[in-house]
Design a binder for this molecule. Structure first.
Ligand SMILES: [Mg+2]
Length: 349
């Protein structure tokens, strides 16, 4: 198959996650071929990434052959090299992620295989999910046994009390066996992380996520030992196997959390999980409950744990993808269709 079309679109969102700058939210990428088969991908970095795909990556892809995952890896390396002067991390790689995932989707459709089959086969048809957000009662009603709270440090005197109040309530509602995690979204510092380890100790928190800036690998490596048995997690703001190699060298994290739609797509994620395996570090993809990460988890390359960013019971949501699995008693079933098994909601494009 030859690539005949590449197009990125920034959807007409009405309900983006409020903590995100709306123009930096997810983009949809479509890649067409002369065989009539096309693929959908999901990337990050909003309108800036749309410009990268349509204004640069597209011209490098038109007319190129794609018939195997090796072809996709070759194209990935070429696009990485071509975009390196402005890419390597951030917007450029978030754009490349959308293109790469579209190529995986179209290859799956061309071979009538699910992406997890392209990855070597289904190891788990059903994946344990955890609910991210603050509506604990809703997560309990849905049957979740795992939950992560957003505990961004506000710099107020009662930050610590707020964290304890969340943990107490989460334990009460979800029970003694539930997995509880926190996400600091880069707003904690070393002292606050140590304080959290102390005050949350009775609540047995599984991991603290994203406590420092991703660049502070040495600082995170030092915290790992100090907060045991709590694990230090992160990586949603890290990019490609080159970026994770730095994380590995420093021994910065107990758990790696690449985001498939940001880190360079499936091609980069495969290289990241290979690197993680060499360093015996478990991988729990960021937003792994969305199909892009779910296929990698189902293929057995990661921990049996997938994040679903659920927010609150009453929140209104945009539906970009149709056919996405819904959690049942805290588990997600991999969709049946070829490729990633979802189709775009044309109304939002
Ligand atoms: Mg996070």
């Amino acid at each position: 198959m030859k690539i005949t079309g590449v197009k990125a679109v920034y959807p007409r969102y009405r309900h983006v996650v409020p903590s995100w700058r709306t123009h930096l939210w997810q983009i949809v990428v479509r890649v067409d071929t002369d065989a009539g088969v096309f693929g959908w991908g999901f990337g990050g970095a909003g309108k800036a990434a749309v410009e990268v795909v349509n204004g640069h990556l597209r011209e490098l892809l038109l007319g190129r052959e794609v018939g195997s995952i090796e072809d996709i890896a070759r194209l990935w390396d070429e696009l990485y090299r071509a975009s390196a002067p402005y890419g390597r991390r951030g917007v450029g790689i978030m754009a490349l992620s959308g293109v790469d995932l579209a190529l995986w989707d179209l290859l799956g459709k061309a071979e009538n295989k699910r992406v997890c089959e392209l990855l070597g086969g289904v190891q788990r048809q059903s994946v344990r999910a955890y609910a991210s957000g603050m509506d604990i009662a809703w997560y309990r009603d849905l049957g979740f046994g795992a939950h992560k709270a957003s505990l961004k440090r506000q710099g107020r005197a009662d930050d610590s009390e707020q964290a304890v109040a969340w943990a107490r309530r989460a334990r009460q509602l979800l029970g003694p066996e539930a997995l509880l995690m926190t996400d600091g979204y880069m707003s904690w510092d070393a002292d606050f992380t140590l304080e959290m380890a102390q005050v949350l100790e009775p609540y047995r928190i599984h991991w603290f996520e994203d406590v420092l800036l991703p660049d502070e690998v040495e600082g995170q490596a030092a915290l790992r030992a100090a907060i045991k048995p709590v694990l230090l997690a992160g990586g949603e703001h890290e990019f490609t196997h080159y970026g994770f190699a730095e994380v590995a060298r420093a021994g910065a994290l107990d758990i790696w959390q690449p985001d498939l739609t940001w880190c360079g797509g499936m091609t980069a994620a495969r290289r990241i999980v290979e690197l993680a395996a060499r360093h015996a570090v478990p991988v729990v993809p960021h937003r792994g409950g969305e199909v892009w990460g779910l296929h990698l988890i189902a293929a057995g390359a990661c921990e049996d744990l997938a994040e679903l960013v659920l927010g609150g019971r009453e929140d209104e949501r945009d539906r970009v993808w149709l056919g996405e699995p819904k959690p049942v008693e805290g588990y997600l079933e991999l969709p049946e269709g070829a490729g990633f098994g979802v189709r775009v909601n044309e109304e939002i494009l």
